[in-house]
Design a protein around this ligand. Structure first.
Ligand SMILES: [Zn+2]
Length: 126
C-alpha cells in the first residue's frame, strides 16, 4: 500500500487513518477534491464574467468567496473577479447616467425642433 500524506501539513498518515495525527486535518481524497474543484470553476467563472457581465460576475465572485475552502490561487481569482466586477458595475452606472443625459439632450433638441417646425408651419396647414 502506498504511504499517504496529510494534504494539509504534508506529514505521513498512519495506515487507515483519515485524520492527521499532527494537525488533525481530515484527509479524504474525494471529499476534499470535489469542493476545491467546484470552487475553482466558480472563481474562474466569476473572474471571466466580471469582464462580460459585471453584475453576474459580482454575484458569482461573492458566492465563490463564501465557500469555506480556498486555496490562494482561487482566492486571488475570486478577489480579482470581485474588484473587476465592482469597477464594471460602477462603470455601467456612470455610463448609464452619462448616456441618459445625452439622450435627454437629444430628445430635448428633437422636441424643440419639432415644436419650431409645428409653429412655423402652422400657418400653412391651418
Ligand atoms: Zn496534518
Amino acid at each position: 500500500m502506498d504511504q499517504k500524506y496529510c494534504s494539509n501539513c504534508g506529514r505521513p498518515l498512519e495506515n487507515g487513518s483519515q485524520f492527521c495525527a499532527d494537525c488533525g486535518y481530515r484527509n479524504g481524497a474525494e471529499e476534499s477534491y470535489t469542493p476545491a474543484n467546484s470552487l475553482n470553476v466558480l472563481s474562474l467563472i466569476g473572474f471571466i464574467l466580471s469582464f462580460l457581465q459585471p453584475i453576474a460576475g459580482l454575484i458569482i465572485s461573492i458566492i465563490s468567496l463564501k465557500k469555506p475552502i480556498l486555496n490562494s490561487r482561487d482566492k486571488n481569482f475570486s478577489i480579482a473577479g470581485l474588484v473587476i466586477s465592482i469597477v464594471g458595475v460602477v462603470g455601467m452606472i456612470v455610463s448609464f447616467f452619462f448616456l441618459n443625459s445625452i439622450i435627454n439632450a437629444i430628445v430635448q433638441w428633437v422636441e424643440n425642433t419639432y415644436d419650431n417646425f409645428l409653429s412655423s408651419s402652422s400657418f400653412r396647414f391651418f
